[in-house]
Ligand binder design. Structure first.
Ligand SMILES: *Cc1c(COP(=O)(O)O)cnc(C)c1O
Length: 363
């Protein structure tokens, strides 16, 4: 059985480095907000090309803190794509702001025309989600935000290292929000996240907000949160970050092999937008008979995952937005037809070929 995803290979490949880093922290006697977090923040900011990076506890809280720091709350609207992981939308609504959903383009980012149409006088920001590893159409979207004086936030939970016009995701907007959940391209060994920005004021706000609202111990300026990244995860992330280009290159090879080998008129393969790149967080195909295909592949020993079967607007959590089936036909079509093929560090040539053969033999 080829699993849809497995994480053990990614540990064993760099086992000694991970174990050394973990022991270094365990023996240091210092576990929260220390040298490892500071070093990781500097290294990650340098990697993506932003001035600042602030480590936080997970990707959802990165999003939540981004909107909070930008002063976006009740009465404000934030436009984002209907076809995303529900956490993106939660990052908006946890601050009391209203998510306004729009249809995606064929590369799963928000359709710029739909974004522009959805702007009202209450709109304060746009949240782009670089879904499946691929950058959104940032030339048009940054221009729309500039023209309408809207804040721009990027959900980069699936796009560590991908770029558009040679500029990396997480550097286009006011804030870039990252998750380092273990399955992400840059994955920790537990929950972790970060925000990136070029604005020194926002950098300072994030440092205060993540730590009970205090810059100086016991001097609490605002009612903050506990959203800190810990030393152990930061040290392990530093190891992973030093190999991220290699990790992403391997995923690109797997994607290229699928592209070469899979040839079945019933299947639509993923494509990458002009001037953009993908770090292949997922390799997402589409098929009108998706559920049959998923079952068939399982019988052939190929595990797959649906990212994501229920779009946020049809979830119980967002019933209060008042949407119904049919409101976002493109999003709903994607939810009914997408399927993610196996993609992980250490996938063998034989495994890749077996997956492709199984997909090709589906009739
Ligand atoms: C994983 C993910 C998140 C949430 O990150 P967590 O660290 O799990 O909270 C948000 N948005 C997207 C697109 C994700 O894939």
């Amino acid at each position: 059985m080829i699993q849809a995803n497995r994480l053990d290979n990614g540990f064993f490949k760099y086992q000694k480095e991970f174990e050394d880093a973990a022991l270094r922290v365990l023996r240091s006697g210092y576990y929260v907000l220390g040298k490892e977090v500071e070093s990781f923040e500097n290294e990650f900011a340098a990697y993506i090309g932003s001035k600042y990076c602030v480590g936080v506890d997970n990707g959802l809280n990165a999003l939540k803190l981004a909107f909070r720091a930008l002063g976006i709350g009740p009465g404000d609207e934030v436009i984002t794509q209907a076809s995303t992981y529900i956490a993106s939308v939660m990052g908006i609504s946890m601050n009391g702001a209203t998510p306004v959903l729009v249809e995606p383009d064929e590369y799963y980012g928000p359709d710029p025309k739909a974004v522009e149409k959805a702007i009202t006088e209450r709109t304060k920001a746009v949240l782009v989600v670089h879904l499946y590893g691929q950058c959104c159409k940032m030339d048009e979207i940054t221009e729309i935000c500039r023209a309408h004086s809207l804040k721009l936030v990027e959900d980069c939970a699936q796009s560590h290292g991908s770029d558009f016009d040679n500029k990396r995701t997480g550097t286009f907007g006011d804030v870039g929000c990252f998750s380092f959940y273990p399955t992400k391209n840059l994955g920790a060994f537990g929950d972790a996240g970060a925000v990136t920005t070029d604005d020194p004021e926002l950098d300072k706000k994030f440092r205060v907000l993540r730590n009970y609202g205090s810059e100086k111990r016991y001097h609490n300026m605002v009612v903050g949160e506990n959203s800190r990244l810990d030393e152990l995860q930061a040290a392990l992330l530093r190891v992973r970050l030093s190999h991220l280009d290699e990790i992403n290159a391997e995923r690109a090879e797997i994607a290229a092999a699928y592209g070469r080998l899979i040839d079945n008129p019933l299947i639509t393969l993923p494509t990458v937008r002009e001037k953009g790149s993908s770090v292949w967080h997922q390799y997402v195909i589409r098929c009108d008979r998706r559920d049959e295909l998923k079952e068939y592949l399982a019988e052939q020993g190929v595990g797959t995952i649906i990212h994501y079967p229920i779009p946020p607007h049809l979830s119980q959590a967002y019933a209060y937005l008042g949407h119904k089936k049919g409101d976002f036909p493109i999003t709903e079509k994607y939810a009914d037809t997408v399927l993610s093929l196996p993609m992980f560090t250490g996938m063998t040539k034989e495994e890749i070929e077996k997956v492709a053969e199984a997909v090709n033999s589906f009739r």
